[in-house]
Design a protein around this ligand. Sequence first.
Ligand SMILES: [Ca+2]
Length: 317
Amino acid sequence: MKKVIFDTDPGIDDTMAMLLAHASDKIDLIGITTIFGNATIENATRNALYVKKKFGLTAAVSMGTDTPLVREAGEPTTFVHGDNGIGNVQIPEGDLGEKDNRAAHDFIIDQLKAYPNEITLIGVGRLTNLALALQKEPSIAKFAKEVIVMGGAFGYNGHSGNVTPFAEANVLGDPHAADIVFTADWPVTVVGLDVTHQVKMDQAYMEKLRNSSKKYGQFIYDITRFYVDFHKNECQLDYFPVHDSSAITYAIAPELFKVKKGPLRVVTEGVAIGHTMLKTSGSAFPIDNWSDKPVQTVCVDVDADKFLELYMDTMSA
Ligand SMILES: [Ca+2]
């Protein structure tokens, strides 16, 4: 089993991914660190505690930051995820349990040191917590087994952005943090829009999931109604692309993905802010801000049918 810390802004697709990690016998979810984005940091943390309590997760929940490293924080994307961040399903009043008393980046530092070369960090929101951990304690890079990020877009399969023509939401939300994480000396795999848009959950799939997953099906069906409506009304799609669960699926079954390798940077200012750029060419250039950076991995294609089967089977087991 992979020990995983899941850094997340739940978030409807975040919640689907968190439950996949919980349900999988390949993943030992030891921590959930929260970040602003799909919801305010308070709501994201509350949602994580709610899901933890409802489904009996044992992972600690640690609250992260509400502020990007350099940019101004934007408004939470409640038009995609609902005012409460999980599709406006009713969250019961009362005690949802205690969060860890450390800030998310301190929790990450402590756990990486406690389990050297054992922990996979999976980030499916803005990468500010991971960047803060690296800034405070640069030595942790060598303690991480692997870092998997849902974010970015590289132009494969026709996908280069979703907030701007050339930027994806998680990376654009804190491009400086993403550049720090992608250029740190730890092994990063990025699962971006290039592949998340290849995996499509439609109404028939969601109904099948609702019926076959006795434990999670109805809840996932309920929280995704708002998300389905957003994709139908604002994007003219009769399905939703599977973003955050793609990062968990990569941790479970990397063989389902095709990858390219190279140093990876993020544009942090100007018209292309938030654009992710992978250097695949081995050519030398007179000016080159890539070649002295570590070679990372970017997913460029996925076996969508097997992915959808894996999600269905794991949630229904
Ligand atoms: Ca997310």
